[in-house]
Design a protein around this ligand. Structure first.
Ligand SMILES: [Zn+2]
Length: 411
């Protein structure tokens, strides 16, 4: 076990055996276990057996459930009515979001048992929930413990493991975005935090061979890296070290899928695919030797510019981007640091390498593999940069007279 920011991380063999101790230590005498059909089979049943002498209630969210905010509110009422003193989530994405938000509403501790290593939200303080048809990032609770048992994680479906790798690959881009932003604004870049993310991602990448060869315990490094990415966000107080242009593009696609009522694609799968596209744009941008004659004004973020892409969300996007973060850029610094910025862009893992990593892990590689057509790729690259008021190289390129869409090549 290692303890980071008051979160106990049990990414180790026989991790589940620690649950009784954790529960006792935190005086949880009436536990709610939240699972779905698959995660109950993968780990929930075993946990019930381990906790045979503890007061348990179980809530199965069913099959193919999304992380709806109103589901958390119902669960919160259930917790109050039943004097629940702690929540144990069995699952990863949806279950984790539901539990951390319900625990926040109910002001009780929660524990998460990961059933697949495919996203990095275990240790971070926000939950991504669907509210009124939109995905929102809401304040939530961090778990008191995260448990990753190799017996469970090694058996996770391959597409989930590949998604975990996809989410981690994106970190190379967002760390570059963060560093570049700090060179042109007064945003603080914390090398120590960036290094935590970078190192754990490198370690996970080094274990890919073992993962594809099904080596026992090989998914633990992946799980550990995903946890540490969350820790880095918590240390930073924002998702800055874990989310840049590649996440914005992925979120943009997700938002469109939600609007069209299309079945959602795993977060990490989208991030892996979008990372290759952003990496390609950034590498091509790095060939531009001089930008001093290319500085221009950014587009005006008004309804006529954004409505076609954002629809009902347009006002929210305009408000979020006011004052326009682009105004924080010192244009002289942008020009004078361009050589340094080019170096950072060149250092990002190459798009071909990203696609190769996704391929060997059996994941989707191209947007068309997940039902995203070229038009949505181009639209996403152009408009995803306004999803968050966060400076990325993509957003910064708004004041450089270069059409980034000409850099997109989709085979
Ligand atoms: Zn992510």
């Amino acid at each position: 076990m290692k303890k980071m920011l008051d979160i106990e991380l049990y990414n180790e063999k026989n991790a589940l055996q620690n649950i009784p101790n954790i529960i006792r230590k935190h005086n949880i005498d009436n536990l709610l276990i939240v699972c779905d059909d698959n995660t109950y089979k993968a780990a929930g049943k075993k946990i019930e057996e381990i906790l045979y002498d503890i007061n348990i209630k179980k809530f199965n969210i069913g099959k193919d459930q999304y992380a709806y905010k109103n589901l958390c509110e119902q669960l919160h009422i259930f917790c109050k009515q039943n004097n629940i003193t702690g929540i144990l989530g069995v699952g990863t994405g949806t279950i984790n979001d539901i539990c951390k938000y319900t625990a926040y509403l109910s002001e009780i501790p929660y524990i998460i048992v990961a059933t697949a290593p495919y996203m990095d939200g275990f240790c971070y303080t926000v939950a991504e929930l669907i509210d009124d048809g939109f995905k929102r990032t809401l304040d939530a609770k961090v778990p008191i413990a995260v448990l990753g048992d190799p017996e469970i994680l090694d058996n996770a479906p391959k597409e989930l493991i590949s998604a975990g790798i996809g989410d981690l690959i994106g970190k190379y881009i967002c760390l570059a975005d963060w560093k570049i932003s700090s060179l042109v604004t007064d945003e603080v870049y914390d090398e120590k935090i960036a290094e935590i993310t970078r190192q754990s991602v490198n370690q996970a990448m080094d274990s890919i061979e073992d993962i594809i060869n099904n080596k026992e315990g090989s998914t633990l490094k992946l799980m550990d890296a995903l946890c540490m990415s969350g820790i880095a966000m918590a240390m930073c107080g924002s998702s800055r070290p874990a989310s840049g242009a590649e996440h914005h593009l992925s979120h943009f696609w997700e938002m469109r899928f939600l609007a069209l009522n299309k079945k959602q694609i795993l977060h990490g799968t989208k991030v892996g695919i979008s990372s290759a596209i952003i990496s390609q744009i950034y590498h091509k941008l790095s060939y531009v030797e001089n930008i001093s004659h290319l500085i221009k004004n950014p587009p005006v973020l008004n309804e006529s510019y954004l409505y076609n892409s954002y629809g009902k969300l347009t006002d929210e996007v305009i408000n979020d981007n006011y004052p326009d973060p682009i105004e924080k850029i010192d244009r002289n610094k942008l020009v004078s640091n361009w050589t340094e910025i080019r170096k950072i862009l060149k250092s990002i893992v190459q798009p071909d390498k990203i696609r190769q990593l996704l391929k060997i892990t059996g994941g989707s590689i191209y947007p068309s593999d997940i039902g995203i057509d070229n038009a949505l790729v181009f639209e996403g690259v152009k408009f995803c940069r306004y999803l968050r008021p966060r400076l990325t190289m993509l957003r910064i390129s708004d004041i450089i007279d270069i059409d980034t869409s000409k850099y997109i090549q989709i085979p």
